[in-house]
Design a protein around this ligand. Structure first.
Ligand code: NCD
Length: 306
């Protein structure tokens, strides 16, 4: 049960919660497609703190809250809040706790959302903490896969790109390790998945590591491409050495299985060519759109509406 719970890591969401998120997301999708709005959170206020750039995550959280009848207050830049005066995250969160019913935070430091949850009596939702985790993206990624294949078990899922700094991958791989899937990790050698993520996966997790994109793109059910996280590199020469490592063009995407899907948390830079957008495998815009019903489901479960 997620009622009144913080979601900082995908581990905070149980297997039952994931199934519930899928079920409620279906109901929310129906509501949206019928052009209806709910009022179940009409007395509730969500505070959002986005201390890093965001388009999809922020807008979809806010849209989700509005579609449930709730209200939103937000800080979009540290420079426009008292952080610029030297206020600590702890004090900022103590105030948000007094002003709102749920706090959504994106912050450049890993562990920041966990810290925030310690200073809040209200649930805190991690919308991305540095190179740490991005659990709500994982929920919409899982929902997208489940909608497509009707299941997660038995699938072969490849993740490509910046596996070192990509928080969406760090959360997704943990979630997928609960299912009977084959995971294939493809990255330049300096951007391999960190040991601290690998070592926490159950021993039975089926993982292969490769750098052969051509072979893997042909036999995957899901090909999950990620952006090289430029902002997280301390050495710009290192960044320059991996620019453009993988780029999916029409020719490569055309090698995918007929019913396979190409996903990306977005924003994409040059990892997927625009021509691929019109191919039947492209699912990244649908994936991003799923952020609305999934975040509606999550907010309604946390804040206790039904
Ligand atoms: C991702 C993020 O912020 O981690 N974006 C998102 O929330 N959809 C991926 C990225 O920035 O590359």
């Amino acid at each position: 049960m997620l009622k009144n719970k913080s979601v900082v890591s995908i581990d905070d969401v149980s297997d039952e919660d994931i199934l519930e998120v899928f079920k409620v997301s279906d109901q929310m999708s129906k509501l949206i497609s019928e052009g209806k709005k709910s009022e179940i959170l009409s007395s509730r206020i969500m505070a959002t703190f986005f201390y890093e750039p965001s388009t999809r995550t922020r807008l979809s959280f806010e849209s989700a809250m509005h579609r449930l009848g709730g209200s939103v207050i937000s800080v979009s830049e540290a420079s426009s809040s008292s952080v610029a005066k030297g206020e600590t995250l702890a004090d900022t969160i103590r105030m948000a706790d007094a002003y709102s019913d749920v706090i959504v935070i994106r912050h450049p430091l890993e562990g920041s959302a966990r810290l925030a949850s310690k200073f809040s009596s209200k649930p805190v939702v991690n919308a991305g903490d540095g190179a740490g985790q991005h659990p709500t993206q994982t929920l919409l990624d899982l929902y997208t896969i489940k909608k497509e294949f009707g299941k997660l078990d038995g699938l072969k899922i490849s993740m490509v790109g910046d596996l070192k700094y990509g928080r969406t991958v760090h959360s997704l791989i943990r979630a997928l390790s609960r299912f009977d899937v084959e995971i294939n990790l493809i990255s330049p050698s300096i951007l391999r998945i960190p040991q601290h993520v690998m070592s926490r996966l159950p021993a039975r997790t089926k993982i292969t590591i490769s750098d052969n994109i051509e072979e893997d793109i042909e036999n995957s059910d899901v090909f999950y491409v990620t952006r090289i996280q430029k902002e997280r590199f301390t050495d710009q020469n290192e960044y320059r050495s991996v620019i453009g490592s993988y780029s999916i063009d029409g020719g490569l995407a055309g090698k995918m299985k007929k019913n396979a899907i190409l996903m990306h948390p977005l924003p994409r830079i040059d990892e997927i060519a625009p021509e691929v957008d019109y191919m039947p495998q492209a699912r990244y815009f649908k994936e991003a759109a799923n952020g609305i019903p999934v975040r509606m489901a999550l907010l309604s479960m946390i804040l206790g509406g039904e």
